[in-house]
Design a protein around this ligand. Structure first.
Ligand SMILES: C[S@@+](CC[C@H](N)C(=O)[O-])C[C@H]1O[C@@H](n2cnc3c(N)ncnc32)[C@H](O)[C@@H]1O
Length: 251
């Protein structure tokens, strides 16, 4: 097992020395097969609530929208980033999604600057991302939603090599995720995860696989947030861990 710098927050411990060796094979396989797992009823309900929130938000302002702009914050945990992003984009509804009721109930708590003011454009919902994302893609393809920005901050790394295919980019959901957002930003404290995510995006965006001739750009870089915007980011920053960011720009 390898472990990098630790002070406070635990750094990722892994038995993987480099990016997953079968990455290209796995990403190509899922790019050409349909992910057919049935969508759980509770996530359908959660998605309907999110969609209603978006509709109500736009109904309050003068009409003229062909499709609604929506920002996603996937795996939002305590929702700190959802509230921060919502404050940065007051004209766009921001949906924070997490499956953990325990984390969501801490939303608006310690660490959220100006916690008393829950932005009107922020909405937190308990749901399974693997299902929520497929419903969101349906909304995009039907022209109901347009997602300019999709945050995926500090997803569970599944660091054991034997668990690699649980990582979002090595999972059948990846082709769906890759289509959700003009810009998708993934942050992690594990360099290998960042490099894998960027490589998987590169493979997944191959026009022969995705039928999309939009070139776009993919970047993968170490970064230092001036001000942490998620609970995990704060922990990692305090522990002086190196953070990584992958940005996929489709347009
Ligand atoms: C490491 S935490 C990061 C939380 C937050 N983004 C932050 O930076 O503080 C990962 C979060 O993703 C959520 N999560 C992981 N897999 C999920 C899934 N399949 N569906 C919904 N939420 C998921 C977990 O419940 C957890 O809150």
């Amino acid at each position: 097992m390898q472990e990098s710098h630790i002070a406070g927050a635990r750094a990722v411990t892994t038995n993987q020395a480099d990016i997953y060796d079968k990455l290209e094979e796995v990403v190509r396989k899922y790019a050409t097969t349909d992910y057919l797992r049935p969508i759980a009823e509770h996530t359908r309900k959660a998605f309907a609530e999110a969609e209603k929130f978006v509709e109500d938000f736009y109904n309050k302002i003068p009409a003229g929208h062909s499709s609604y702009k929506v920002i996603l914050d996937s795996g939002c945990g305590t929702g700190e980033s959802t509230l921060n992003i919502a404050r940065q984009h007051p004209d766009i509804p921001v949906i924070g999604i997490d499956k953990s009721a325990a984390r969501l109930t801490k939303a608006g708590g310690a660490g959220v600057s100006g916690a008393s003011a829950f932005p009107q454009n922020a909405f937190l919902v308990r749901a399974e991302l693997l299902d929520f994302w497929r419903l969101a893609l349906e909304a995009v393809q039907a022209g109901r939603w347009h997602i300019p920005y999709h945050a995926l901050y500090y997803p569970n790394p599944w660091p054991k090599q034997s668990e690699a295919t649980r990582r979002f980019h090595l999972h059948p959901i990846f082709p769906t995720l890759l289509q959700l957002g003009d810009t998708i930003e993934m942050r992690t404290n594990w360099e290998i995860y960042a490099r894998e995510f960027a490589e998987a995006a590169q493979v997944g965006k191959d026009p022969c696989l995705c039928g999309d001739d939009n070139t776009g750009t993919i970047s993968c870089e170490a970064f230092e947030p001036e001000r942490p915007i998620t609970a995990f980011e704060r922990k990692y920053k305090e522990a002086r861990q190196q953070l990584w960011r992958v940005s996929i720009h489709h347009k």
